[in-house]
Design a protein around this ligand. Sequence first.
Ligand code: PAF
Length: 279
Amino acid sequence: MLVYTKIKSVEQKIKSLKKEASIGFVPTMGALHQGHISLIDIAKKENDFVVASIFVNPTQFDNLEDLTNYPKTIDKDLTLLKSSKCDLVFMPIAEGIYNNNVQSQHFDFDGLEFEMEGKFRKGHFNGVGTIVKRLFEIVKPNKAYFGEKDFQQLQIIRKLVDKYKIPIEIIGCEIFREKDGLAMSSRNSRLTKEQRNAAPFIYNTLKQAKVKFGTKNALEIKKWVEDEFKKQPLLTLEYFEIAEEETLQSIKKHDLNKKHRAFIAVFADKIRLIDNISL
Ligand code: PAF
């Protein structure tokens, strides 16, 4: 497995491959878990050469404490990537990839950026858009893989390639869950034992919300979820929304012609967990 930190080395390698090999790309912020590895596995099946990047992107953090505490497990990450037969790992440094100007570009994602995460994490999607666009320019993959846990991010990246006419196919991959249903996340490693035991409540609530979607309207379900979380001392609900998948606009009632998802963000003390379910 090749491990590069320099943009030039990645660009040269990609240039030498591009004519005869298809390239799959899995961008990450490290602290890898089985969810990330499942993306590598899918990319391996669909491409000749797979690139992963590890970069904790400072501009997408609205909260300095979250950035500072973001888990860093580089040695373990490289071992995992090697055993999953990833071909190249790109680990840029911030000054290099941002050309000595660590700031985000401003994007118009047709309003997707103002819903849910956008309301609670100011500037987050400008940071994501900036780094993903830059990584795409360097790696120039045929296909790029993103987990559906960050469904809003996935839709925003689809919008990004559409608006900038970037010739990359964006593949959304199913959420990878622990046995008890908790969506895999790098932040799970920061949970205390008690918080970890409480956390499956998030997905259990989503599953019950899905059942209720057959008979109750979105506002009733939202109120029910809010009441359920009031009974949970270790978890604080930040938001629960039922939204249409394309526009991410919250809905009031079921439209049978559209696809809907329930989205949730929860705090376990200072650790923020998100999840969603297709309805
Ligand atoms: O989902 C993530 O890990 C990050 O947001 C991404 C896409 C790697 C951009 O920094």
